[in-house]
Ligand binder design. Structure first.
Ligand code: SAM
Ligand code: SF4
Length: 325
């Protein structure tokens, strides 16, 4: 079960735990971003209930994201409850890494297996320009803590023309020569309040691969070009780790999309880049049974849109931090 009307097997739910963040990445949210009040967000019991229902419907992979998910109090306990839910096979987290020095070990113990840590440059001053905070050392401490905890690590980099698309991208790729990590280069997507900035600063995968190869030599494509999740994966000759390219703008992967998204305020989105949604909050708070919720979710999965509308210049109103990137 879990197939949509285009025969895509939908079994991966990304859950945004909060829209709040302790960074202000230029490509994600404005400096004066307003955040929701806690009572308007899903409570732990509500998230756990939904995870049980999704798992019964055949979802087996769950990723916690945000905003910054590790700012949610009680996250370790929530992860533990999710990990103990029958049917949950893979539990992953996407984070900016700022709290990992403290949380990597307890999160691993609670059940997180994989972690994506966002780091757009290895240069402290450029990091401050991109994220609004002087915090690169703290991210590195978090990466080291994640490694020490035994988490499977991927590093996410959103590539922004004129900020980190040249030597920064090469320096990050160089890390794979020493570390068994995947560096994921993400094409910036236009959405929410900062669309003009995103559109003006997008760099395509092909341009980026040329830049990296000019600096570090040829790279070979892996898995015969099949996507690993949403990434096309390459390896620099002799490197331990890999390079993943997530190119939703220049090479959309909608035909293989297997995911749904739950926002922190309880809306189910079947496409990151479309505004159609099923608001589960009123159902949860007005006595819907598990059966009612399962029916509504199944219908939403069936009606998942075929693809995003970026080529028609349609972009969503919500920011990435609200949808849960
Ligand atoms: N705060 C956490 C973090 O930064 O990893 C989790 C949430 S963040 C929205 C998830 C991922 O989306 C990050 O890797 C971030 O760099 C990426 N992202 C944010 N805005 C984006 C955009 N407009 N296009 C593509 N990726 C974006
Ligand atoms: Fe915060 Fe992540 Fe958005 Fe950066 S990308 S502002 S860390 S939610």
């Amino acid at each position: 079960m879990g197939f949509d009307r285009f025969n895509r097997d939908i079994h991966y739910l990304r859950i945004s735990l909060t829209d709040m963040c302790n960074l202000r990445c230029l490509y994600c949210m404005p400096e004066d971003m307003p955040f929701r009040t806690p009572d308007t967000l899903l409570q732990d019991d509500e998230i756990h209930r939904l995870v049980r229902i999704f798992a019964r419907l055949g979802f087996n992979k769950f990723r916690l994201t945000g905003g910054e998910p590790t700012l949610r109090s009680g996250i370790v306990n929530l992860v533990q409850r999710m990990a103990d839910t029958p049917g949950v096979k893979v539990l992953a987290l996407t984070t900016n890494g700022l709290t990992l020095n403290r949380l990597a070990h307890p999160l691993k113990e609670a059940g997180i297996q994989r972690i994506n840590i966002s780091i757009d440059t290895l240069d402290p001053e450029k990091y401050r320009r991109l994220t609004g905070r002087d915090a690169l050392d703290t991210v590195w401490a978090g990466i080291r803590a994640a490694e020490a905890a035994g988490l499977e690590i991927k590093l996410n980099t959103v590539v922004i023309r004129g900020y980190n698309d040249r030597e920064d991208a090469v320096d990050l790729a160089r890390l794979t020569q020493e570390h068994d990590w995947q560096i994921r280069y993400i094409e910036v997507m236009p959405m929410g309040h900062v669309v003009d900035f995103q559109k003006q600063h997008m760099v395509t995968e092909s341009e980026l691969r040329s830049t990296i190869s000019a600096g570090l030599g040829p790279m070979d494509i892996l898995h015969e070009g099949r996507l690993d999740g949403e990434a096309r994966v390459y390896r620099l000759r002799g490197a331990r780790g890999t390079l993943g390219f997530i190119s939703a703008v220049s090479q959309p992967f909608c035909s293989g999309c297997n995911r749904a998204r739950l926002t922190a305020d309880g809306r189910l989105l079947m496409c990151l880049l479309r505004d159609h949604e099923l608001n589960l909050m009123p159902l949860l708070r007005n006595g819907a049974t598990d059966g009612d919720l399962a029916d509504r979710i199944e219908k939403a999965v069936w009606l998942k849109p075929w693809g995003h509308g970026l080529s028609e210049d349609i972009h969503p109103r919500r920011n990435m931090s609200e949808v849960g990137g």
